[in-house]
Design a protein around this ligand. Structure first.
Ligand SMILES: Cc1cc2nc3c(=O)[nH]c(=O)nc-3n(C[C@H](O)[C@H](O)[C@H](O)COP(=O)(O)OP(=O)(O)OC[C@H]3O[C@@H](n4cnc5c(N)ncnc54)[C@H](O)[C@@H]3O)c2cc1C
Length: 431
């Protein structure tokens, strides 16, 4: 039970165990994760966030921020859960190619505001994932091959520090904190809004093509051929699906940031694979980018696991995937392999494997985790051994994402900026 003073300290709604609505308010997007928090506070605005931090500091408590809880780890026992949903402003300044968004805003809203102005932000595959958590963790976008990590497009963070002071963090004002916030997660400050570059997107070509699973080897071979020479504007992802009750399927998802005719020519190899079940390639509205990969937008009992790959292995097209419901291989490289300007750093690995199963049934969950582990063993030769911070599972830690020197620098930043541990990231750099 938190001190009753929290209700006096903030203007936003406070819910504690026993209050009506507490269980709904503390729930994570991923239904397999429990969040045994001490209280949930829905801050009214940035000043309210600062008031909450001052209260937590005085009371020896920790605060964790979540907009949607897409990446909840469950490491929140006794912590105050700050909900940022009311920090919901979105402003696009097209002439400056700049967006300013509150910590509670999701990518779908940014793309809807930027698209009609011929611009895009560096969104990932889902429209319901929030800009703040995604960007603080680096953010792997459809357009990362062209523009790098989403975090590297940030110009400024408005934040609250561990003293409860509001501060604007830029490359000039505080280079070390700016570096850490660009990919190092939510351990160093609470972000109330962020400003980032938008990029020209006068037209985007893309879509999804789906085949019966029997074509998976051919689809994979085409994926290999296209990605070998793809320009940074072209991004292609390979997928296999094994949904219960449905026949197995293989798919390619793609975007090309440029002229649709050029995009279609670059992926002409796809037309040589017979038997497509569906093919919705064409001009894609920026606001529709989140629909390409058709990911669930409602909370789900999801059990994902990600692994960076040093290369491809043909067996990835044929190895049985059940009880997983899907695997996906994303092509990376391009600007992602550059030095970057934040904690996300250089992504040397050219591909990313994602293996997704579902819970919450404990036997099924165990079988999913075992299958993921067996997959990793089977493809050991191309498994890099680390994964992007935004895609860590609850069981994994920051050490699974960052190389040693980067982790050491992040830990030093945590020690110097938050010695009392007022902030608790989902994957703290100290764990
Ligand atoms: C369906 C789906 C698709 C995805 N696709 C991609 C993708 O294409 N590319 C990619 O890189 N990732 C992807 N992810 C991962 C996603 O980026 C992470 O889950 C990200 O952390 C989500 O941010 P959130 O704010 O929605 O989640 P939350 O769980 O609310 O936040 C995650 C963490 O970020 C920190 N945080 C959030 N808000 C703040 C704040 N205001 N101040 C300080 N710290 C804060 C906290 O530590 C928090 O625990 C996907 C996830 C899902 C569920």
């Amino acid at each position: 039970m938190v001190n009753a003073d929290v209700r006096k300290a903030v203007r936003g709604r406070v819910l504690e165990p026993g209050d009506d609505g507490f269980d709904a308010a503390r729930r994570a997007w991923n239904r397999t994760v429990d969040q045994p928090v001490a209280a949930v506070v829905a801050a009214e605005d940035a000043e309210d966030v600062a008031a909450l931090v001052r209260y937590a500091r005085r009371s020896g408590l920790a605060v964790t921020a979540q907009a949607g809880g897409h990446d909840a780890s469950g490491d929140v026992e006794g912590v105050i859960l700050l909900r940022t949903g009311r920090l919901d402003g979105v402003r696009v300044r097209a002439e400056e190619r700049l967006a300013r968004v509150g910590a509670g805003v999701n990518w779908g809203r940014v793309l809807s505001a930027a698209g009609p102005r011929g611009l895009t932000g560096l969104a990932g595959s889902s429209p319901v994932v929030n800009v703040a958590g995604y960007t603080l963790g680096g953010g792997l976008s459809w357009f990362g091959r062209r523009y790098g990590w989403a975090a590297d497009s940030v110009r400024a963070f408005d934040a609250v520090d561990a003293d409860g002071e509001r501060t604007r963090v830029t490359a000039e004002s505080d280079p070390e904190l700016f570096w850490g916030l660009k990919g190092g997660g939510g351990d160093f400050a609470l972000v109330t809004s962020l400003e980032f570059d938008l990029h020209p997107a006068p037209s985007v070509y893309g879509g999804r093509v789906v085949w019966p699973g029997t074509r998976a080897a051919e689809v994979f071979e085409t994926f290999q051929t296209i990605t070998r020479d793809a320009p940074p504007e072209l991004t292609v992802w390979f997928g296999r699906f094994a949904f219960p009750g449905a026949p197995p399927m293989a798919a390619l998802d793609l975007t090309y940031l440029g002229d649709p005719r050029e995009g279609a020519a670059l992926v002409r190899g796809i037309d040589g694979i017979d038997g497509a079940i569906s093919d919705d390639r064409g001009l894609v509205a920026v606001a529709g980018l989140g629909g390409i990969a058709a990911e669930p937008t409602a909370p789900a009992a999801s059990l994902p696991r990600a692994e960076l790959l040093t290369g491809l292995d043909e067996g990835l097209a044929t190895e049985p995937i059940e009880p997983l419901i899907s695997i996906q291989i994303r092509h990376l490289s391009g600007a992602l392999a550059g030095p970057g300007g934040g904690a996300s750093g250089t992504l040397d690995e050219p591909y990313l494997l994602q293996m997704v199963g579902t819970g919450p049934d404990p036997d099924l969950a165990r079988a999913v985790r075992e299958k993921q582990a067996r997959f990793v063993e089977r493809f050991e030769a191309v498994i890099a051994g680390r994964k992007p911070y935004t895609l860590l599972t609850p069981e994994e830690t920051a050490a699974d994402a960052f190389p040693g020197p980067v982790l050491a620098r992040l830990r030093e930043l945590k020690r110097s900026r938050d010695p009392q541990g007022v902030f608790r990231a989902n994957h703290s750099v100290h764990r």
